[in-house]
Design a protein around this ligand. Structure first.
Ligand code: ADP
Ligand code: MG
Length: 249
């Protein structure tokens, strides 16, 4: 069954048709990669899924409900959580304090800052945040200043903060961009673990083929705003149209 169904989506920026006739069907519990050269429209498509942009045409259905016209906050409440291209964490706070914020959001239905003392006095929030840090293998970094962590650890924290909201669909836009190889491999392992252990669907936009082929069981190739092909990784690897889109062969 598809958890996310995109039909006939188009989006224009002035004279530029960034997306046209986009079809995308993401199966529940799959890891679905959306790949394509720079400027193909990948981030634009993702922004249409989370309510940051409204498509000019077409429909976006999540779990049988339309997301169109809903605010990013409402879409998040529906069960879609998004990891940004640059980690969105609170650098001035500790790792533990960062993790408590989405735990509050999950409980109270609103994403806002709280005084540290207030957060620490809420036992259920502290316990959930601790459990999430444990799951993310970050318990030893609990008191660390978030800004001082490596890029890979910041990404790990951010992904954990998304998971604390208990989404059914996790969206990632080039989560390993600008990372060293070791951090990239750590992120791949983390996403594999999340996909194996949790009842969650992952849609990942990715430029790095090593990441794509390590994770995805379904791939959509976007070129110039339109899907070129959707298939399993094996067929995508051997597809001459895909090589042409990437290498200009
Ligand atoms: P990708 O993520 O695949 O690299 P994008 O979705 O970022 O591609 O961009 C697709 C095209 O749309 C590009 O030509 C880009 O310059 C253009 N674009 C993206 N966002 C905007 C915007 N807000 N205003 C105008 N043009 C945009
Ligand atoms: Mg992009």
């Amino acid at each position: 069954m598809a958890i996310l169904e995109v039909k006939d989506v188009g989006k224009r920026f002035g004279g530029l048709q960034a997306l046209s006739d986009v079809q995308l069907s993401v199966k529940e519990n799959s890891v679905h990669a959306i790949i394509g050269p720079n400027g193909a429209g990948k981030s634009t498509l993702l922004n249409c899924l989370v309510g940051k942009l409204i498509p000019d045409t077409g429909s976006v259905m999540f779990d049988g409900q339309s997301v169109l016209g809903r605010s990013p906050h409402e879409i998040n409440q529906m069960g879609i959580s998004r990891v940004f291209q640059t980690p969105e964490i609170f650098g001035d706070l500790s790792v533990m304090e960062n993790m408590m914020i989405p735990c509050f959001a999950r409980r109270d239905g609103a994403f806002r800052m709280h005084a540290i003392e207030d957060m620490m006095s809420e036992k259920d929030i502290v316990e959930k945040a601790e459990a999430m840090l444990e799951d993310m293998n970050m318990a030893d970094k609990r008191e660390m200043h978030a800004a001082s962590m490596s890029r890979g650890d910041k990404r790990r924290l951010e992904i954990g903060m998304c998971l604390a909201q208990e989404p059914r669909l996790l969206l990632l836009d080039e989560p390993t961009a600008g990372m060293a190889r070791a951090d990239t491999n750590n992120t791949i392992d983390l996403l594999k673990q999340i996909s194996d252990e949790r009842d969650i669907t992952i849609a990942i936009i990715e430029h790095d083929m090593h990441v794509v082929f390590s994770l995805a069981n379904r791939i959509t190739v976007l070129a110039q705003g339109t899907p070129l092909v959707e298939d399993n990784p094996e067929n995508i690897r051997g597809n001459p149209k895909v090589r042409e889109a990437y290498l200009g062969e």
